[in-house]
Design a protein around this ligand. Structure first.
Ligand SMILES: [Cu+2]
Length: 76
């Protein structure tokens, strides 16, 4: 969490990612999520099968699912 210029705390979001098996997968998911407009500070945890990130503004879950799918993984 951090405060942006407006003093608004950016909400953290965590999503479950299915299909990750190694660091390469982690990098692919991290890159895919980072490319989404409004998403920053992406942190992917391989053992937990989770991705945590900050949303500067609300991002629809469909957009996230689509991006993850294109990278070859699934939200689960
Ligand atoms: Cu992999």
């Amino acid at each position: 969490m951090f405060e942006n210029r407006c003093g608004v705390v950016t909400p953290m979001k965590t999503v479950k990612i299915k299909g990750m098996s190694c660091q390469h997968c982690v990098n692919a998911v991290t890159k895919a999520l980072s490319e989404i407009d409004g998403v920053s500070n992406v942190n992917v945890n391989l053992s937990a099968g989770e991705a945590t990130f900050e949303e500067a503004r609300p991002v629809h879950s469909d957009v996230i699912a689509e991006k993850v799918k294109k990278a070859g993984f699934e939200i689960g």
